[in-house]
Write a protein of this length. Structure first.
Length: 477
Protein backbone atom coordinates (compact mmCIF):
# COMPACT_ATOMS: atom_id res chain seq x y z
CA UNK A 1 0.00 0.00 0.00
CA UNK A 2 1.35 3.40 -0.96
CA UNK A 3 2.23 6.00 1.67
CA UNK A 4 -0.51 8.41 0.52
CA UNK A 5 -3.18 5.73 0.90
CA UNK A 6 -1.83 4.83 4.33
CA UNK A 7 -1.99 8.46 5.48
CA UNK A 8 -5.54 8.95 4.13
CA UNK A 9 -6.69 5.69 5.66
CA UNK A 10 -5.12 6.71 8.96
CA UNK A 11 -6.86 10.09 8.86
CA UNK A 12 -10.18 8.42 8.05
CA UNK A 13 -9.73 6.00 10.92
CA UNK A 14 -9.00 8.88 13.30
CA UNK A 15 -12.10 10.77 12.17
CA UNK A 16 -14.32 7.70 12.56
CA UNK A 17 -12.95 7.05 16.04
CA UNK A 18 -13.45 10.71 16.98
CA UNK A 19 -17.05 10.59 15.70
CA UNK A 20 -17.82 7.45 17.69
CA UNK A 21 -16.25 8.95 20.82
CA UNK A 22 -18.24 12.19 20.39
CA UNK A 23 -21.45 10.26 19.93
CA UNK A 24 -20.65 8.11 22.96
CA UNK A 25 -19.57 10.97 25.18
CA UNK A 26 -22.01 13.68 24.11
CA UNK A 27 -25.06 11.64 23.05
CA UNK A 28 -26.26 11.27 26.62
CA UNK A 29 -25.21 14.84 27.42
CA UNK A 30 -27.28 16.20 24.54
CA UNK A 31 -30.29 14.17 25.62
CA UNK A 32 -29.96 15.44 29.22
CA UNK A 33 -29.48 18.99 28.00
CA UNK A 34 -32.57 18.85 25.81
CA UNK A 35 -34.61 17.31 28.63
CA UNK A 36 -33.51 20.04 31.06
CA UNK A 37 -34.29 22.71 28.52
CA UNK A 38 -37.75 21.25 27.84
CA UNK A 39 -38.49 20.95 31.57
CA UNK A 40 -37.37 24.54 32.16
CA UNK A 41 -39.54 25.72 29.28
CA UNK A 42 -42.57 23.87 30.62
CA UNK A 43 -41.97 25.41 34.05
CA UNK A 44 -41.98 28.90 32.58
CA UNK A 45 -45.12 28.09 30.61
CA UNK A 46 -46.95 26.57 33.55
CA UNK A 47 -46.33 29.60 35.73
CA UNK A 48 -47.94 31.85 33.13
CA UNK A 49 -50.60 29.31 32.20
CA UNK A 50 -51.55 28.91 35.90
CA UNK A 51 -52.39 32.62 36.09
CA UNK A 52 -54.25 32.51 32.79
CA UNK A 53 -56.32 29.47 33.77
CA UNK A 54 -57.04 31.03 37.19
CA UNK A 55 -58.63 34.04 35.47
CA UNK A 56 -60.61 32.00 32.91
CA UNK A 57 -61.67 28.94 34.90
CA UNK A 58 -64.67 30.68 36.49
CA UNK A 59 -66.08 31.56 33.09
CA UNK A 60 -64.94 28.84 30.62
CA UNK A 61 -65.50 25.11 30.46
CA UNK A 62 -62.39 23.38 31.83
CA UNK A 63 -62.11 20.96 28.90
CA UNK A 64 -62.50 23.72 26.32
CA UNK A 65 -60.03 25.84 28.25
CA UNK A 66 -57.52 22.97 28.19
CA UNK A 67 -57.98 22.58 24.43
CA UNK A 68 -57.49 26.26 23.62
CA UNK A 69 -54.44 26.52 25.89
CA UNK A 70 -52.94 23.42 24.24
CA UNK A 71 -53.29 25.02 20.80
CA UNK A 72 -51.53 28.14 22.04
CA UNK A 73 -48.67 26.37 23.88
CA UNK A 74 -48.42 23.35 21.52
CA UNK A 75 -48.32 20.96 24.46
CA UNK A 76 -50.81 18.59 26.07
CA UNK A 77 -52.79 20.36 28.79
CA UNK A 78 -54.62 18.59 31.62
CA UNK A 79 -56.74 20.03 34.52
CA UNK A 80 -57.22 17.96 37.67
CA UNK A 81 -59.54 18.86 40.56
CA UNK A 82 -58.86 18.53 44.26
CA UNK A 83 -60.06 14.90 44.24
CA UNK A 84 -57.75 13.84 41.42
CA UNK A 85 -60.45 13.67 38.74
CA UNK A 86 -59.57 14.98 35.29
CA UNK A 87 -61.86 17.90 34.46
CA UNK A 88 -60.16 18.83 31.21
CA UNK A 89 -57.63 17.25 28.82
CA UNK A 90 -56.61 18.50 25.43
CA UNK A 91 -55.94 14.96 24.21
CA UNK A 92 -59.26 13.42 25.40
CA UNK A 93 -62.81 14.34 24.26
CA UNK A 94 -65.19 15.66 26.92
CA UNK A 95 -67.28 12.47 26.93
CA UNK A 96 -64.17 10.40 27.61
CA UNK A 97 -63.03 12.28 30.68
CA UNK A 98 -65.18 10.17 32.99
CA UNK A 99 -63.38 7.04 31.87
CA UNK A 100 -59.89 8.33 32.81
CA UNK A 101 -58.19 6.99 35.90
CA UNK A 102 -57.90 9.15 38.98
CA UNK A 103 -54.73 11.24 38.73
CA UNK A 104 -54.28 11.96 42.42
CA UNK A 105 -51.43 9.42 42.65
CA UNK A 106 -49.62 10.62 39.58
CA UNK A 107 -46.06 11.65 40.68
CA UNK A 108 -46.16 15.13 39.24
CA UNK A 109 -49.72 15.76 40.64
CA UNK A 110 -48.73 14.56 44.10
CA UNK A 111 -45.62 16.77 44.07
CA UNK A 112 -47.66 19.81 42.98
CA UNK A 113 -50.22 19.26 45.82
CA UNK A 114 -47.37 19.13 48.33
CA UNK A 115 -46.45 22.64 47.22
CA UNK A 116 -44.48 23.99 44.32
CA UNK A 117 -44.26 22.22 41.00
CA UNK A 118 -44.10 18.53 40.13
CA UNK A 119 -42.05 16.89 37.39
CA UNK A 120 -41.80 13.38 35.94
CA UNK A 121 -40.99 11.41 32.80
CA UNK A 122 -43.14 8.34 32.36
CA UNK A 123 -45.34 6.34 30.06
CA UNK A 124 -48.83 7.78 29.54
CA UNK A 125 -51.57 5.21 29.94
CA UNK A 126 -54.01 7.58 28.28
CA UNK A 127 -52.28 8.15 24.94
CA UNK A 128 -49.69 5.33 25.12
CA UNK A 129 -46.38 7.20 24.71
CA UNK A 130 -43.58 8.48 26.95
CA UNK A 131 -44.23 12.02 28.13
CA UNK A 132 -42.45 14.75 30.07
CA UNK A 133 -44.86 16.10 32.69
CA UNK A 134 -44.74 19.35 34.64
CA UNK A 135 -47.60 20.21 37.07
CA UNK A 136 -48.40 23.27 39.15
CA UNK A 137 -51.27 24.95 41.02
CA UNK A 138 -53.88 27.16 39.35
CA UNK A 139 -53.99 30.67 40.79
CA UNK A 140 -56.97 31.49 43.00
CA UNK A 141 -58.39 27.93 42.75
CA UNK A 142 -57.21 25.87 45.65
CA UNK A 143 -56.81 22.19 44.86
CA UNK A 144 -56.97 22.61 41.06
CA UNK A 145 -53.78 21.37 39.34
CA UNK A 146 -52.66 22.38 35.86
CA UNK A 147 -50.39 19.88 34.06
CA UNK A 148 -48.46 20.41 30.86
CA UNK A 149 -46.97 17.45 28.97
CA UNK A 150 -44.52 17.20 26.08
CA UNK A 151 -44.06 13.97 24.11
CA UNK A 152 -40.56 12.52 24.53
CA UNK A 153 -40.58 11.77 20.81
CA UNK A 154 -40.22 15.47 20.14
CA UNK A 155 -37.14 15.52 22.36
CA UNK A 156 -35.79 12.49 20.49
CA UNK A 157 -36.36 14.31 17.21
CA UNK A 158 -34.49 17.33 18.54
CA UNK A 159 -31.66 15.10 19.70
CA UNK A 160 -31.53 13.43 16.30
CA UNK A 161 -31.41 16.83 14.62
CA UNK A 162 -28.53 17.95 16.84
CA UNK A 163 -26.67 14.70 16.24
CA UNK A 164 -27.30 15.05 12.52
CA UNK A 165 -25.77 18.51 12.64
CA UNK A 166 -22.76 17.14 14.49
CA UNK A 167 -22.42 14.33 11.96
CA UNK A 168 -22.64 16.83 9.11
CA UNK A 169 -19.87 18.89 10.69
CA UNK A 170 -17.82 15.72 11.17
CA UNK A 171 -18.43 14.76 7.54
CA UNK A 172 -17.22 18.16 6.37
CA UNK A 173 -14.25 17.84 8.71
CA UNK A 174 -13.60 14.35 7.36
CA UNK A 175 -13.53 15.65 3.79
CA UNK A 176 -11.25 18.50 4.80
CA UNK A 177 -8.90 16.26 6.74
CA UNK A 178 -8.77 13.79 3.85
CA UNK A 179 -7.88 16.61 1.48
CA UNK A 180 -5.17 17.87 3.81
CA UNK A 181 -3.86 14.34 4.34
CA UNK A 182 -3.79 13.73 0.59
CA UNK A 183 -1.90 16.95 -0.09
CA UNK A 184 0.54 16.33 2.75
CA UNK A 185 1.06 12.74 1.64
CA UNK A 186 1.79 13.85 -1.93
CA UNK A 187 4.32 16.38 -0.67
CA UNK A 188 5.90 13.91 1.75
CA UNK A 189 5.94 11.15 -0.86
CA UNK A 190 7.72 13.36 -3.34
CA UNK A 191 10.47 14.18 -0.84
CA UNK A 192 10.70 10.54 0.23
CA UNK A 193 11.09 9.53 -3.44
CA UNK A 194 13.90 12.06 -3.81
CA UNK A 195 15.65 10.72 -0.72
CA UNK A 196 15.10 7.14 -1.92
CA UNK A 197 16.70 8.06 -5.25
CA UNK A 198 19.71 9.48 -3.42
CA UNK A 199 20.01 6.33 -1.29
CA UNK A 200 19.75 4.11 -4.36
CA UNK A 201 22.55 6.09 -6.01
CA UNK A 202 24.73 5.56 -2.95
CA UNK A 203 23.85 1.84 -2.83
CA UNK A 204 24.72 1.46 -6.54
CA UNK A 205 28.09 3.13 -6.02
CA UNK A 206 27.20 6.45 -7.70
CA UNK A 207 28.10 8.95 -4.98
CA UNK A 208 28.97 11.72 -7.42
CA UNK A 209 25.38 12.76 -8.23
CA UNK A 210 23.72 15.82 -6.73
CA UNK A 211 20.74 15.51 -4.28
CA UNK A 212 17.38 15.73 -6.00
CA UNK A 213 14.39 17.86 -5.11
CA UNK A 214 13.82 20.54 -2.50
CA UNK A 215 14.33 19.99 1.17
CA UNK A 216 11.58 20.67 3.70
CA UNK A 217 12.55 21.70 7.23
CA UNK A 218 11.17 18.40 8.51
CA UNK A 219 13.39 16.38 6.17
CA UNK A 220 16.32 18.80 6.19
CA UNK A 221 18.25 16.92 8.87
CA UNK A 222 17.79 13.62 7.03
CA UNK A 223 18.84 15.18 3.72
CA UNK A 224 21.93 16.68 5.34
CA UNK A 225 22.79 13.31 6.86
CA UNK A 226 22.45 11.67 3.45
CA UNK A 227 24.71 14.26 1.86
CA UNK A 228 27.30 13.62 4.57
CA UNK A 229 26.89 9.88 4.01
CA UNK A 230 27.41 10.41 0.28
CA UNK A 231 30.70 12.21 0.94
CA UNK A 232 31.87 9.61 3.45
CA UNK A 233 30.95 6.76 1.10
CA UNK A 234 32.91 8.34 -1.73
CA UNK A 235 35.99 8.72 0.50
CA UNK A 236 35.64 5.17 1.85
CA UNK A 237 35.21 3.70 -1.63
CA UNK A 238 38.33 5.51 -2.80
CA UNK A 239 40.28 4.20 0.19
CA UNK A 240 38.95 0.67 -0.33
CA UNK A 241 39.84 0.73 -4.03
CA UNK A 242 43.34 1.96 -3.22
CA UNK A 243 43.78 -0.71 -0.55
CA UNK A 244 42.42 -3.35 -2.91
CA UNK A 245 44.88 -2.33 -5.61
CA UNK A 246 47.77 -2.49 -3.15
CA UNK A 247 46.66 -5.91 -1.90
CA UNK A 248 46.38 -7.22 -5.46
CA UNK A 249 49.87 -5.97 -6.28
CA UNK A 250 51.31 -7.49 -3.11
CA UNK A 251 49.58 -10.84 -3.69
CA UNK A 252 50.69 -10.95 -7.32
CA UNK A 253 54.31 -10.27 -6.35
CA UNK A 254 54.49 -12.90 -3.61
CA UNK A 255 56.57 -15.98 -4.33
CA UNK A 256 54.25 -18.05 -2.12
CA UNK A 257 50.86 -19.39 -3.14
CA UNK A 258 47.94 -17.70 -1.32
CA UNK A 259 44.49 -19.21 -0.81
CA UNK A 260 41.78 -17.25 1.06
CA UNK A 261 38.49 -18.90 2.02
CA UNK A 262 35.17 -17.72 3.41
CA UNK A 263 33.87 -18.97 6.76
CA UNK A 264 32.00 -21.76 4.95
CA UNK A 265 35.30 -23.09 3.57
CA UNK A 266 34.76 -21.99 -0.03
CA UNK A 267 37.47 -20.12 -1.92
CA UNK A 268 37.25 -16.35 -1.93
CA UNK A 269 40.46 -15.52 -3.79
CA UNK A 270 43.87 -16.87 -4.88
CA UNK A 271 47.01 -15.32 -6.34
CA UNK A 272 48.97 -16.09 -9.50
CA UNK A 273 51.58 -18.15 -7.67
CA UNK A 274 48.84 -20.48 -6.40
CA UNK A 275 47.73 -21.03 -10.00
CA UNK A 276 51.34 -21.80 -11.02
CA UNK A 277 51.88 -24.28 -8.20
CA UNK A 278 48.75 -26.28 -8.97
CA UNK A 279 48.83 -25.98 -12.76
CA UNK A 280 45.82 -23.68 -13.18
CA UNK A 281 45.34 -21.17 -15.96
CA UNK A 282 45.36 -17.53 -14.92
CA UNK A 283 41.82 -17.14 -16.27
CA UNK A 284 40.40 -19.95 -14.10
CA UNK A 285 37.70 -18.65 -11.75
CA UNK A 286 38.37 -20.27 -8.37
CA UNK A 287 35.96 -18.23 -6.23
CA UNK A 288 33.10 -20.20 -4.74
CA UNK A 289 34.76 -23.61 -5.14
CA UNK A 290 36.22 -25.86 -2.44
CA UNK A 291 40.03 -25.98 -2.05
CA UNK A 292 40.04 -29.74 -2.69
CA UNK A 293 38.81 -29.04 -6.24
CA UNK A 294 42.20 -27.51 -7.10
CA UNK A 295 44.67 -28.52 -4.40
CA UNK A 296 43.60 -32.21 -4.55
CA UNK A 297 45.33 -32.90 -1.25
CA UNK A 298 42.86 -34.20 1.39
CA UNK A 299 45.24 -33.29 4.23
CA UNK A 300 45.15 -29.62 3.20
CA UNK A 301 41.34 -29.62 2.93
CA UNK A 302 41.03 -31.23 6.39
CA UNK A 303 43.47 -28.75 7.93
CA UNK A 304 41.53 -25.77 6.52
CA UNK A 305 38.26 -27.12 7.90
CA UNK A 306 39.84 -27.72 11.33
CA UNK A 307 41.29 -24.20 11.40
CA UNK A 308 37.89 -22.70 10.58
CA UNK A 309 36.24 -24.85 13.24
CA UNK A 310 38.81 -24.52 16.07
CA UNK A 311 40.06 -20.98 15.28
CA UNK A 312 43.64 -22.26 15.50
CA UNK A 313 46.63 -22.21 13.14
CA UNK A 314 47.74 -25.36 11.34
CA UNK A 315 51.10 -26.29 9.75
CA UNK A 316 51.86 -29.32 7.62
CA UNK A 317 54.25 -30.58 4.96
CA UNK A 318 52.92 -32.12 1.76
CA UNK A 319 54.32 -33.55 -1.44
CA UNK A 320 52.77 -32.38 -4.67
CA UNK A 321 52.92 -35.30 -7.13
CA UNK A 322 53.96 -34.81 -10.73
CA UNK A 323 56.74 -35.46 -13.21
CA UNK A 324 58.95 -33.54 -10.80
CA UNK A 325 57.74 -33.78 -7.21
CA UNK A 326 57.28 -30.55 -5.33
CA UNK A 327 57.64 -30.25 -1.57
CA UNK A 328 55.38 -27.66 0.09
CA UNK A 329 55.22 -26.22 3.60
CA UNK A 330 51.59 -25.25 4.23
CA UNK A 331 50.61 -22.69 6.90
CA UNK A 332 46.90 -22.15 7.63
CA UNK A 333 45.56 -19.37 9.89
CA UNK A 334 41.95 -18.35 10.67
CA UNK A 335 40.82 -14.79 9.97
CA UNK A 336 39.19 -13.51 13.18
CA UNK A 337 36.98 -10.44 13.48
CA UNK A 338 35.32 -9.43 16.78
CA UNK A 339 35.93 -12.92 18.13
CA UNK A 340 34.27 -14.63 15.17
CA UNK A 341 35.98 -16.55 12.37
CA UNK A 342 35.13 -14.99 8.99
CA UNK A 343 37.48 -17.10 6.89
CA UNK A 344 41.02 -18.45 6.60
CA UNK A 345 44.24 -17.78 4.73
CA UNK A 346 46.54 -20.57 3.54
CA UNK A 347 50.15 -19.94 2.46
CA UNK A 348 51.97 -22.51 0.32
CA UNK A 349 55.79 -22.30 0.58
CA UNK A 350 57.62 -24.14 -2.20
CA UNK A 351 60.58 -25.76 -0.44
CA UNK A 352 61.41 -28.16 -3.28
CA UNK A 353 64.80 -26.61 -4.03
CA UNK A 354 65.78 -26.51 -0.36
CA UNK A 355 64.72 -30.14 0.01
CA UNK A 356 66.74 -31.20 -3.01
CA UNK A 357 69.79 -29.27 -1.78
CA UNK A 358 69.48 -30.98 1.57
CA UNK A 359 69.41 -34.35 -0.15
CA UNK A 360 72.44 -33.38 -2.25
CA UNK A 361 74.26 -32.36 0.93
CA UNK A 362 73.48 -35.71 2.53
CA UNK A 363 74.65 -37.57 -0.57
CA UNK A 364 77.78 -35.43 -0.73
CA UNK A 365 78.66 -36.12 2.89
CA UNK A 366 78.17 -39.85 2.29
CA UNK A 367 80.35 -39.76 -0.85
CA UNK A 368 83.08 -37.71 0.84
CA UNK A 369 83.07 -40.09 3.79
CA UNK A 370 83.54 -42.97 1.38
CA UNK A 371 86.26 -41.18 -0.58
CA UNK A 372 88.13 -40.35 2.63
CA UNK A 373 87.77 -43.85 4.02
CA UNK A 374 89.37 -45.52 0.96
CA UNK A 375 92.82 -43.82 1.03
CA UNK A 376 92.90 -43.82 4.82
CA UNK A 377 92.25 -47.55 4.82
CA UNK A 378 95.04 -48.05 2.27
CA UNK A 379 97.49 -45.90 4.26
CA UNK A 380 96.60 -47.69 7.45
CA UNK A 381 97.13 -51.08 5.79
CA UNK A 382 100.53 -50.13 4.34
CA UNK A 383 101.66 -48.67 7.65
CA UNK A 384 100.61 -51.82 9.50
CA UNK A 385 102.45 -54.02 6.99
CA UNK A 386 105.64 -51.97 7.37
CA UNK A 387 105.31 -52.12 11.12
CA UNK A 388 105.07 -55.92 11.01
CA UNK A 389 108.52 -56.28 9.38
CA UNK A 390 108.18 -55.19 5.76
CA UNK A 391 110.78 -52.52 6.48
CA UNK A 392 113.44 -55.26 6.43
CA UNK A 393 112.52 -55.99 2.81
CA UNK A 394 113.80 -52.98 0.93
CA UNK A 395 111.84 -53.63 -2.23
CA UNK A 396 108.58 -54.22 -0.33
CA UNK A 397 109.21 -51.26 1.92
CA UNK A 398 109.77 -49.02 -1.09
CA UNK A 399 106.52 -50.25 -2.64
CA UNK A 400 104.49 -49.69 0.53
CA UNK A 401 105.99 -46.25 1.09
CA UNK A 402 105.14 -45.34 -2.48
CA UNK A 403 101.56 -46.52 -1.88
CA UNK A 404 101.31 -44.43 1.28
CA UNK A 405 102.61 -41.43 -0.63
CA UNK A 406 100.10 -42.04 -3.43
CA UNK A 407 97.13 -42.28 -1.07
CA UNK A 408 98.35 -39.27 0.90
CA UNK A 409 98.43 -37.34 -2.36
CA UNK A 410 94.92 -38.57 -3.05
CA UNK A 411 93.77 -37.25 0.35
CA UNK A 412 95.51 -33.98 -0.41
CA UNK A 413 93.69 -33.68 -3.75
CA UNK A 414 90.38 -34.60 -2.10
CA UNK A 415 90.83 -31.90 0.52
CA UNK A 416 91.71 -29.45 -2.25
CA UNK A 417 88.45 -30.43 -3.99
CA UNK A 418 86.50 -29.78 -0.78
CA UNK A 419 88.12 -26.36 -0.42
CA UNK A 420 87.38 -25.57 -4.05
CA UNK A 421 83.76 -26.63 -3.52
CA UNK A 422 83.52 -24.41 -0.47
CA UNK A 423 84.88 -21.47 -2.44
CA UNK A 424 82.48 -22.29 -5.27
CA UNK A 425 79.48 -22.16 -2.90
CA UNK A 426 80.67 -18.92 -1.31
CA UNK A 427 81.33 -17.30 -4.69
CA UNK A 428 85.08 -16.86 -4.05
CA UNK A 429 86.35 -19.54 -6.48
CA UNK A 430 89.10 -18.35 -8.81
CA UNK A 431 89.30 -20.18 -12.16
CA UNK A 432 92.67 -20.42 -13.92
CA UNK A 433 91.80 -20.80 -17.60
CA UNK A 434 94.53 -22.24 -19.85
CA UNK A 435 95.14 -24.90 -22.49
CA UNK A 436 96.01 -28.40 -21.23
CA UNK A 437 96.32 -31.90 -22.61
CA UNK A 438 93.38 -34.08 -21.72
CA UNK A 439 95.34 -37.33 -22.01
CA UNK A 440 97.88 -36.18 -19.42
CA UNK A 441 95.10 -35.08 -17.07
CA UNK A 442 93.36 -38.46 -17.36
CA UNK A 443 96.64 -40.32 -16.72
CA UNK A 444 97.19 -38.22 -13.59
CA UNK A 445 93.70 -39.04 -12.37
CA UNK A 446 94.29 -42.78 -13.02
CA UNK A 447 97.53 -42.65 -11.05
CA UNK A 448 95.57 -41.47 -7.98
CA UNK A 449 93.47 -44.63 -7.98
CA UNK A 450 95.99 -47.09 -9.49
CA UNK A 451 96.98 -48.60 -6.17
CA UNK A 452 93.37 -49.12 -5.17
CA UNK A 453 92.63 -50.64 -8.56
CA UNK A 454 95.60 -52.98 -8.22
CA UNK A 455 94.42 -54.15 -4.81
CA UNK A 456 91.06 -55.02 -6.33
CA UNK A 457 92.66 -56.67 -9.39
CA UNK A 458 91.18 -53.98 -11.59
CA UNK A 459 92.93 -52.44 -14.58
CA UNK A 460 92.03 -48.86 -15.56
CA UNK A 461 92.68 -48.21 -19.26
CA UNK A 462 92.40 -44.60 -20.54
CA UNK A 463 90.71 -44.14 -23.91
CA UNK A 464 91.58 -40.55 -24.87
CA UNK A 465 93.11 -39.15 -28.05
CA UNK A 466 96.67 -38.11 -27.34
CA UNK A 467 96.26 -34.80 -29.15
CA UNK A 468 92.99 -33.74 -27.47
CA UNK A 469 93.52 -30.24 -26.02
CA UNK A 470 91.04 -28.44 -23.68
CA UNK A 471 90.76 -24.86 -22.53
CA UNK A 472 89.87 -24.49 -18.84
CA UNK A 473 91.13 -24.95 -15.31
CA UNK A 474 93.14 -28.19 -15.31
CA UNK A 475 93.02 -28.49 -11.52
CA UNK A 476 89.24 -28.26 -11.38
CA UNK A 477 88.88 -30.77 -14.22
Amino acid sequence: MRLSMKLMLGAATVMVVVGLLLNLLFGRTIETFLLDQARAGLLRQIRLAGLYVGDRLAYDDPDQLAGSLSEQLEVRVTLVDELGSVIGDSSVPTEGLSRLDNHAERPEIAQARDGGFGRSVRFSDTIGIDMLYVAGPVADHKGIILRLALPMGELAASRTAVQGTILAVLALGFIGVQGIAYGFSRLLTRHVRDLTHDLRQIAEGEPEGQPRGSRTPELGALATALDDLRTQMRERIERILAESSRVEVVLASLSEGILVTEKDGRIRMTNDRFSQLFGLGFDVETAGRLPIDYVQLPDVQDAIEQSLRDHEERTLEVVLPGVVERYLDVHIAPILQSGSCIGSVTVFYDVSEATRLEQVRKDFVANVSHELRTPLTAIKGCAATLAEGALEDGEAAERFVASINTHAERLHLLLDDLLELSRLESGRLEIDVAQFDLAETVDAAIDTVRALATEKDTEVIPVVASTFVLIGDRGLV
